[in-house]
Design a protein around this ligand. Structure first.
Ligand code: SAM
Ligand code: F3S
Length: 447
């Protein structure tokens, strides 16, 4: 009988990718299979996120709930991975003795060894080191989970924005060699993957080793290589840093039709004073100039961003600059957060003068504006025909669901046999979180 793994994953797409890799590694080493039912599992893994305080605290309240589960059967093991693990290390087992394994984002490939060690010694095993890119050399062949896949192309971040914990938990930027990335994508394509999202905390800093003479490949060139892999029809990437959003990347939107019409370019604030305090490395005007050029290269693009509201000392005037940047840039999607001081980051030492109620008020105003712009973007698609990659059955019987190039979900009547194919869909209605459409015809019978 195979062993069962119950995996809880928090946070970003990088964590989703890492969670899938944890499952792959344990399937290869111990025959583990993932289950949705914790009662049949003997291994529980929590893949954690520490970008904001709430996410971090959730980990300890979640762990407390697993006491009975652990005691209900002998030999059950609990492991904590991800950024909270990287940050707290051994302290996790001290604060919560239920935990047997602590591993970081860079040591998930060592899970099989850590698990054996715990079972042999009955003592906690902790490994949150940063063995650079060793992880990718040790992962088994990827297993496709449908027609789309995430592929991590670099790890860590060297930008050190003053509010952000990522450089401390995931380490400095390290790129995977070009060959390693292309091999993984080709293997996924052979298993039916049609769309890949290239992942990195600062993905446009990608500089993968290429060839024998020490040359490197940047993200724009990587996109060109990925586009040539048979079967890959759509390419996305995230997250881009505006300061490193190069001319070559802008040009790629004009030149590469397989690049999706969607760009996530986190701006954080519309106030130059706050951008300076955050050490973002660009001004509002520089950001807007890049947006203008991206739109010229790809007029139908969907532009998404991240905002932090209530950064220490943010005034009403700073916030108003953020609000009018929304209009000027024409975002149609955004992820917005109240500033959360992170231990060990420079901003955590600043006096946080903005009252919480005021931060909440600003967040609500900003989110209402973004909801309106997302609604307008979706309504503008009504009546158009969109190329949709069918990803799964929809919740409603007889319907299937997929995403447009602009990253909007569409539900429409159609047979499940179209899953994994690109089809043309006429958009008939814009709803709060998705679109409704009518199948026009299978656009392409990708091999
Ligand atoms: N690399 C990306 C960039 O160019 O900004 C961001 C990656 S970060 C992990 C994801 C988002 O979390 C950020 O864009 C920011 O909006 C948010 N974030 C990071 N640290 C935060 C903090 N201390 N408080 C609130 N939000 C935070
Ligand atoms: Fe964080 Fe800034 Fe890097 S937000 S992930 S330090 S680009």
């Amino acid at each position: 009988m195979s062993r069962k793994l119950y995996l809880i994953s928090y946070g970003c797409q990088m964590n989703e990718y890492d969670s899938a890799k944890m499952a792959d590694v344990l399937a290869a080493s111990h025959g583990y299979q993932r289950t949705d039912n914790p009662d049949e599992a003997d291994l529980l893994l929590l893949n954690t996120c520490s970008v904001r305080e709430k996410a971090q605290e959730k980990v300890f309240s979640e762990l407390g709930r697993w006491k009975e589960w652990k005691q209900a059967a002998p030999g059950r093991v609990i492991g904590v991975g991800g950024c909270v693990a990287a940050q707290e290390g051994q302290a996790i087992t001290e604060r919560q003795p239920l935990v047997d394994i602590v591993f970081g984002p860079q040591t998930l490939h060592r899970l099989p060894v850590l698990l054996d060690q715990v079972r042999a010694t009955r003592r906690p095993a902790v490994d949150v080191s940063f063995p650079e890119i060793e992880k990718f050399d040790c992962l088994p062949e990827p297993r496709a989970q449908g027609p789309t896949a995430f592929v991590s192309i670099m790890e860590g971040c060297s930008k050190y924005c003053t509010f952000c914990v990522v450089p401390y938990t995931r380490g400095e930027e390290v790129s995977r060699p070009l060959d390693s990335v292309l091999t993984e994508i080709a293997q996924l394509a052979e298993q039916g993957v049609r769309e890949v999202t290239l992942l990195g905390q600062n993905v446009n800093a990608y500089r993968g080793a290429m060839g024998a003479r020490g040359e490197t490949c940047d993200l724009a060139l990587l996109i060109a290589y990925v586009a040539r892999i048979p079967g890959i029809e759509r390419i996305r990437y995230t997250t881009s840093h505006p300061a490193e959003f190069t001319d070559a990347l802008i040009e790629a939107f004009a030149q590469e039709p397989k690049l999706a019409s969607y760009l996530h370019l986190p701006v954080q604030s519309g106030s130059d004073r706050i951008l300076g305090m955050m050490k973002r490395g660009y001004t509002r005007a520089q950001y807007l100039e890049k947006v203008r050029r991206v739109r010229a290269a790809r007029p139908d693009i969907s532009l998404s961003t991240d905002f932090i509201v209530g950064f220490p000392t943010e005034t009403d005037d700073d916030f108003m600059r953020t609000m009018d940047l929304i209009a000027e840039a024409g975002f149609d999607c955004a992820f917005s957060f109240i500033y959360s001081p992170r231990p060990g980051t420079p901003a955590a030492n600043l006096r946080d003068s903005v009252p919480l109620e005021e931060k909440q008020r600003r967040l609500e105003i900003l989110q209402a504006r973004i909801r309106a712009l997302d609604g307008a973007f979706k309504r503008a698609l009504v009546g158009t025909t969109q190329r949709v990659l069918v990803e799964r059955p929809a919740r409603r019987a007889g319907q299937i669901a997929g995403r447009t190039s602009t990253n909007r979900w569409v539900n429409f009547e159609g047979p499940a046999s179209l899953i994994g194919r690109f089809v043309d869909v006429e958009i008939t209605e814009a709803l709060n979180n998705s679109l409704r459409g009518r199948l026009v015809q299978p656009a392409e019978m990708a091999a």
